[in-house]
Design a protein around this ligand. Sequence first.
Ligand code: PGA
Ligand code: ZN
Length: 462
Amino acid sequence: MDPQGSLGPSIVIPPSRTPAETASVYPSNMIYSIRAAQRLDSRGKPTVRVTVRTGKGKFVAIVPSGASKGDYEAIELRDGDPACYGGNGVTKAVYNVEHVIGPALIEQKFDVRSDLAKIDAFMRKLDGTKDKSNLGANAILGVSMACARAAAAARDEPLYEFLRQETGATPNGYVLPVPFFNVLNGGAHSGNSMAFQEFMIAPVGAQSITQAVQIGSEVYQELKSVIKKKFGSAATGIGDEGGFAPPIRHPTEALDLLVTAVKNAGYEGKVKFGIDPAASEFFRKDAYDIGFKSDQAEPLGRKELIDLYHRLLKDYPIVLLEDPFAQDDWDSWKEFNKTCPVELVGDDLLATNIERLALAKEHQACNSMLLKINQIGTISEAIAAAQKAYSYGWRVFVSHRSGETTDDFIADLAVGVGAGHLKSGSPCRGERVVKYNRLMDIEDQIISKRGGHVYAGEKLSA
Ligand code: PGA
Ligand code: ZN
C-alpha cells in the first residue's frame, strides 16, 4: 500500500535538511530563525534563553536577573502565575521572542554585521514603552546579545573585537579589566545580618588578568580558612554571588577579615578593596538602617553614614564605593562626592540609562557608572551609556547580576568598551568563574594574535 496514502497522492514530503544544509542556504549576515526557551538562572529561577540563527551558524544568549534591583531599571517580564515557579515564569517573554520580535525582525532583513543599533532600535519601537515593559527587557536583551554574537561571527571577529569597534576602538589598544571579586556577601544576597551587600577584593598589583585571577583565588581560599577558624566550618557557606556570608554585621568586621586573608596569602599592597553597600535596600524614610537584617534596628542619619564611609576609607585600602546612598538621595550623593577621594560608582542611581546619567552629571553626584546590560535591555544602549560616561570623564565598571547564568558575554563587553574593571562575583561557582575564565582566554588570544594589550592595574581604566 502507498505509505503516503492517507496524505493523498499529490503531496510530496521533501527530504529534510540538516541544520548545516539549512544554514548554507542563507547569507552569513542574515537572520533566518529566532527561537527562545525558558531555562534556569543561578538562583534556580526561570530566565530567557535566545537562539539566533544566520547562515554563519547558531548564536545563543541567556539573560541574567538582579535581586537588589533599582527603580529605574528596564522591566523584566514575569508571568505572575503563582502556580508556576511562584509567579516567576518567563513564558510570556519567551512567547514575545518567538512570535512577536522574531518574525518582525527576520522580515526586516537586517545585515547583522552593521545593524545592531538598528536591530535594537527596531525592538524598542516594537515594544513601544520607555522601560521595555511591554515585550520585556529580558526578551529584548536576549535577542540583542545573540545578534551581537551573530554580528561578530559574520565579521569573522571575536565578540570583544566587535564590541570594541561598536564602541569606537579605544586608542590604547586592548585593556584587560581588573577583576573585583565579591568575596563577602551580605544585603539581599545572603542570610547573615550584614547590611552592606558586597565586599570585593581587587588585585590591582597583578601584571595580568591571569595573575589577578590566581591572586583572587588564593585570597578567597585563605579567607575561607580565616572564617572557619573564627566561626567554625558551618560559617563557610556562600551567598548568591559565591562569596562567604559569615555571621558578621558591621563593615569593619568584614574588612578586618579581608585584611587578614590578604596578609596571610602574602599579597599585602597588591590587593585593594571595593564596597557595594547597595544602600537603596536599607534606606528607610530619612535614615539608613544598617541593622535591617537583624531584629535590632541601627538607623544612621545621612551625616553619620557619610562619616562612617570616611572612616572606612581612612582605615582600609578601599579604592571604590558603589551605591553608598539610595537611588533618589541626591543630597547625600552630592555632598559625599565633594570630598570622596575614591571611585564613586552609581548603580541603582544610574541604571545604565543615559537620562539618569545626565541627571547625575547635573547634580555632580558620582564619577563612575556601573554597566549592567539588563538594566537598560539592549547592547547598543549599554554601549551608548558607556560612551556617555566616558564623555563626562567618568569611569565605567562592568557588572554581572546576582542571578547569573553561564553566559560569558560581559567578559567580552568589559574588554570591548575598555572598562578597565569588572565585577562578576567571587572566584567560585560556574556562573561567576565563566566570566573570569573567558577573560583569561581573551588575554591569551590577544597576546598570541594581536599584541598591544595592557592590564588596567591601579588605573582601573584604559
Ligand atoms: P543585583 O546586585 O544583581 O542583585 O542587583 C548587584 C549589585 O547591586 O551591584
Ligand atoms: Zn550595586
